[in-house]
Write a protein that binds this ligand. Structure first.
Ligand code: CAA
Length: 380
């Protein structure tokens, strides 16, 4: 626990920011389906959009564990804002940092780190979700540039993004081989946001369908090794899953704290609900799942920070934290009863926001595949 305690300062700082600037806007962001630009600006000014970027590229120079704490604490106030940070950092900044060359880092990271630019990750397609390797977007080699054509689905930050990490085949195959990755300027001709999804939860976060019609991408924007794009996607998602686990944890904490206070104030049968053992048991299980989620997230982010393998551990964290968040938010509504089911109380929003954490960046079933495959490999 002492190692975890080293991060208390960053946690306190972000918690203060969340309590004053984010949580008061959570319901409004959900209702209006939009994160105010002023809030995004503040995230940038506080270094929360470039936490993991080294100072030499304009970032705050923190580690991945600090970044995961930022996502957790911000998500406690607003899950939409939490995933804006997570997709921007884990899925756009990280692959440039991990797989980019020096010129790409110098060119793209400073504006992403300051929040002047927002990033997104374009992997999924209408017919390629969990089976990401079957994507059909194609990048044609035109000599001194590539021309990319295809459709991307469910792109978090898709509406706001200035920079997109785009996965496209550079050889016609029906499997994952032949995928390459490109850093794409979303203002390029032919890059178009077709629609934004009307969703159950995280309603302030844009989830866009994007069409690419002969988008010209300079050769120097190829990211990482040609045709090794699937490994880049998987390596990036390993880290992204820590971000989503942290988002789930933040949502779960918000729901738990609300239900805890409610149970202590709400009087039925002449005493607070919290005096009833049935309620105490729910609170105890909620608290335990939160503590376990935090430890799994901490373990995976610490392994990542130390440069050790963490693929299985990030899947553990995402699987457990997201399923716990769904369970905890369900119980939070149960504790708040009829009140909890109404929009006057925030727990129904937490419940709606929690569901997506079991789906994006790899469903719970995909996490189980990653974990089981990894365990089986270890005994071979
Ligand atoms: N890191 C690096 N490379 C990896 C890897 C990892 N963790 N896991 C696998 N690979 C590599 C393998 O080494 C192999 O490469 P080589 O052939 O070069 O050796 C290649 O990837 C294929 O490996 P597998 O055979 O294990 O892969 P698979 O085809 O069986 O698929 C899978 C595995 C786990 C099911 C994978 O397809 C997967 O994770 N699917 C889910 C996709 C996903 O999470 N989508 C989320 C979309 S993003 C999102 O949600 C966006 C948003 O905006 C929030």
């Amino acid at each position: 626990m002492s190692v975890m305690h080293d991060y208390q300062e960053i946690r306190d700082l972000v918690a203060k920011f969340t309590d004053s600037e984010v949580a008061p806007l959570g319901a409004q962001i959900d209702r209006e389906g939009k994160i105010p630009e002023s809030l995004v600006k503040m995230l940038g000014e506080n270094g929360f959009l470039g936490s993991y970027v080294p100072e030499e590229y304009g970032g705050a120079g923190m580690d991945y564990t600090s970044y995961s704490i930022i996502v957790e604490e911000i998500s406690r106030g607003c899950a939409s804002t939490g995933v804006l940070i997570s997709a921007h950092t884990s899925l756009c900044i990280y692959p440039i940092l991990a797989y980019g060359n020096e010129e790409q880092k110098k060119k793209f990271l400073p504006k992403l780190a300051s929040g002047e630019h927002i990033g997104c990750f374009c992997l999924s397609e209408p017919n390629a979700g969990s089976d990401a390797g079957s994507l059909t977007t194609f990048a044609e080699d035109k000599g001194d540039y590539y021309e990319i054509t295809g459709t991307k689905n469910f792109i978090t930050n898709g509406k706001e993004a200035n920079i997109a990490i785009v996965f496209a085949k550079t050889t016609k195959t029906d499997n994952y081989k032949g995928i390459s990755v490109f850093i794409v300027d979303t203002s390029a001709e032919g890059f178009e946001v077709m629609k934004c999804e009307d969703k159950l939860g995280i309603r302030g976060s844009s989830t866009a369908q994007i069409a690419l019609d002969k988008v010209k991408v300079p050769k120097e924007n190829l990211l990482g090794v040609y045709q090794k794009g699937f490994s880049i996607a998987m390596g990036t998602l390993d880290g992204g899953r820590i971000g989503i686990a942290s988002q789930a944890l933040g949502i779960a904490e918000a729901a738990f704290k609300y239900a805890l206070r409610y149970s202590n104030e709400r009087v039925q049968f002449g005493k607070p609900l919290s005096n009833l053992q049935a309620i105490q048991f729910m609170l105890a299980d909620m608290s335990t799942k939160i503590a376990a989620s935090r430890l799994l997230i901490f373990e995976s982010s610490q392994l990542k920070d130390k440069g050790l393998p963490y693929s299985k551990q990030s899947a553990h964290a995402k699987l457990f934290a997201s399923e716990s968040a769904m369970w905890i938010t369900t119980k939070a509504i149960q504790i708040c009863g009829g009140n909890g089911y109404t929009k006057e109380y925030p727990v129904e929003r937490f419940f709606r926001d929690a569901k997506i954490t079991e789906i994006y960046e790899g469903t719970s079933e995909i996490q189980r595949i990653v974990i089981a495959t990894s365990e089986l490999k270890e005994i071979q």
